[in-house]
Write a protein that binds this ligand. Structure first.
Ligand SMILES: Nc1ncnc2c1ncn2[C@@H]1O[C@H](COP(=O)(O)OP(=O)(O)OP(=O)(O)O)[C@@H](O)[C@H]1O
Ligand SMILES: [Mg+2]
Length: 396
């Protein structure tokens, strides 16, 4: 009886306790479980060798894989052998790491080769990488998304954020917008669906910079474009004297065009009759958008596009191809995943059933990673926060 109870208790500890707690005991279970999973993986993939002698069959070679957790950062270090044995290639070519990602629901971060071994770092607990609003420390050129993932807009210019209804696009955009206000005052916001972003026209920080009617938006795209062309001229004059560099080298500040619900804007205008005023102003605005997407990065004119489904009919390829920092909130369909991450073969898995505000992100052509967007606390007031972020720019 006692043994049965003790057995059940152990089973509970092993199965549920480790997953729900974070203390020394749960960590021991996590370690045991992870080691078992990896051993099982090596065996099932047949990455070992046997031999036999008079006494029977025995294991002649089993790869030495060792692991180490860093619980505070949520990272797992795996040391894999590059030892000249038969299965070395499975480690060296990244296959084993890919299996580990699937088995442990982890994200590969970096791999470092050393003599005789390679060390790969995985993020095993994405929520540990989540930032709170108070943790956001934007500086010129770098905005925070998650611990270890920044949007370096000068390098990975232009942002796309996609995702189904209610997955956290707008919330993620709030955290980006707030940070931008700490960096620059040159921000234009479009919200054709008139949701929360549109209300920002009533803040001091963004007064006169937020637009939601169709005509306003078409007109303001053009204004943004004109400003960009003006800078192009100024830069050409500087460069004519032999100076080289990008916009920041000449002390120009970046401008950002924030476009939530881009698809809604396209849809609204696509319906307008050819030859009508609306249609004409839209056609100009769309061709301006394409030019901004293409030329803006050299000049420091960036765009941030939020939409549900970035298909070619709602987001022209000429624009999509210029969006270098891509995020999708929630679990994308295979089709959406192909649109966003055409070159990635990573298997995406949902991060949470109950929490919102998670998704997948790719900066340039690096690994696709799962992430939690900065946590917006209960009782959060968007306007107060926006004013606070803008004020802290002015104060500095
Ligand atoms: N980062 C976050 N922190 C806390 N809660 C979040 C976060 N992101 C999303 N949520 C929760 O999910 C809800 C939906 O988020 P949000 O409005 O950003 O979705 P959306 O993708 O913009 O949806 P829609 O397509 O309807 O515009 C929010 O009301 C909030 O409760
Ligand atoms: Mg939204």
């Amino acid at each position: 009886m006692l043994i049965v109870v003790a057995g059940l208790y152990l089973q509970y500890l092993y199965k549920s306790y480790g997953a729900k707690h974070d203390n020394w005991l749960s960590r021991i279970f996590l370690l045991i479980e992870t080691k078992q999973l990896l051993a099982k993986l090596l065996v099932s993939k047949g990455m070992f060798e046997t031999a036999s002698d008079d006494t029977g069959e025995y294991v002649k070679y089993f790869p030495t894989v060792s692991i180490k957790f860093n619980y505070s950062t949520g990272q797992l270090y795996i040391k894999e052998p590059i030892d000249g044995e038969k299965y070395m290639d499975n480690f060296a070519n990244g296959d084993f790491n890919k299996w580990v990602e699937t088995v442990l629901l982890a994200d590969k971060q970096t791999t470092e080769f050393k003599k005789g071994e390679m060390i790969t770092v995985f993020a095993f607990d994405p929520i540990k990488f989540r930032l709170r609003l108070a943790d956001l420390k934007p500086v010129e050129g770098t905005l925070n998304v998650m611990k270890g993932i920044d949007w370096k807009y000068d390098k990975f210019y232009n942002m796309l954020i996609a995702g189904n209804v209610g997955t956290g696009k707008s919330y993620t955009l709030f955290s980006i917008l707030g940070q931008l206000l700490q960096v620059t005052k040159f921000i234009t916001v479009f919200d054709p669906k008139r949701s929360d972003l549109a209300s920002l026209k009533y803040t001091k920080a963004l007064e006169g910079k937020v637009f939601s009617t169709n005509l306003e938006i078409n007109e303001q795209v053009h204004v943004f474009h004109e400003e960009m062309m003006l800078r192009a001229e100024k830069m050409e004059k500087i460069k004519a004297k032999g100076q080289i560099g990008a916009y920041m080298d000449f002390n120009f500040t970046p401008h950002f065009l924030f476009f939530d619900e881009f698809g809604a804007w396209v849809e609204m205008n696509d319906k307008a009759a050819f030859g009508s005023e609306t249609r004409k102003s839209y056609d100009v605005a769309m061709s301006d958008m394409k030019e901004i997407a293409m030329l803006g990065r050299e000049l420091g004119f960036y765009i941030i596009v939020g939409m549900q489904r970035p298909s070619a009919d709602s987001l022209p390829m000429a624009i999509r191809n210029q969006l270098n920092f891509k995020m999708v909130m929630g679990m994308p369909t295979p089709e959406v995943s192909k649109m966003l991450f055409p070159d990635s073969d990573k298997t995406l898995r949902p991060l949470s059933q109950d929490l919102k505000g998670w998704g997948f992100v790719q900066s340039g052509s690096s690994q696709v990673r799962s992430f939690f967007a900065p946590e917006i606390p209960k009782g959060f007031n968007l306007h107060d926060w926006i004013e606070y972020m803008a004020d802290s720019r002015e104060a500095s």
